[in-house]
Design a protein. Structure first.
Length: 206
């Protein structure tokens, strides 16, 4: 769930060709696990289509969604930079989707040979860390209504009506709320005239 151009659009043709020779294409059904927390680190992923979530579960099985990723996004970079041998969170497909896996050895080789590749991955990793910090502060310091408004602004509903790609129960988990609390907050915002929703499209009122 990142703004900006696709990773593929940000790199040059030579790097795209080098990456295409080492990619492993993967397909996932809705709800299928990509990796679980603690699984050995295989490499990082580029989203080619669909929607994926990275999340953690506590001892009671309660889920906290860290972020969503769609076409053009990268995820699971942390072990590559930290050197840890396992994934620190879990990932699954929210809807049917396609990923490209860049295995750890190929990624390390490219990082050593291509400073531009290292730059792109570092930028992405830094943005992911910033997103997580922002989300943590949002959940800790704001009401559910304020979290919903922030989320809608982030996905572009301030400028135009948008169709939410992410199921509302999943947005609720991302915002640290129950689906019921999310629904109540959204209804309240609509009653206040701060959010408009019509035919499946949502927009922040101006």
């Amino acid at each position: 769930m990142h703004a900006g151009r696709s990773f593929w659009d940000r790199i040059d043709r030579e790097l795209r060709e080098e990456l295409s020779r080492v990619l492993l294409p993967l397909k996932f059904a809705q709800g299928e696990i990509v990796f679980s927390e603690g699984d050995p680190f295989r490499g990082f992923f580029i989203v080619e289509g669909g929607l994926f979530k990275v999340y953690r579960l506590n001892e009671k099985g309660r889920e906290a969604i860290l972020n969503f990723f769609e076409a053009g996004d990268l995820f699971a970079l942390a072990p590559l930079f930290s050197g840890r041998a396992s994934y620190p969170a879990s990932c699954c497909a929210v809807e049917p989707g396609r990923l490209s896996l860049v295995n750890a050895r190929a990624a390390a080789d490219l990082l050593a040979r291509r400073p531009d590749f290292a730059k792109h991955l570092n930028e992405n990793f830094a943005q992911a860390a910033e997103d997580l910090q922002e989300k943590t502060a949002l959940v800790m310091l704001n009401s559910v209504e304020e979290r919903v408004l922030h989320f809608l602004e982030k996905v572009g509903a301030k400028d135009r009506p948008i169709a939410l790609k992410i199921p509302k129960n999943q947005i609720a988990l991302y915002l640290g709320a129950t689906p019921e609390a999310f629904s109540r907050a959204l209804l309240s915002l609509k009653q206040q005239g701060r959010v408009r929703e019509e035919a499946g499209y949502v927009q922040l009122a101006k």
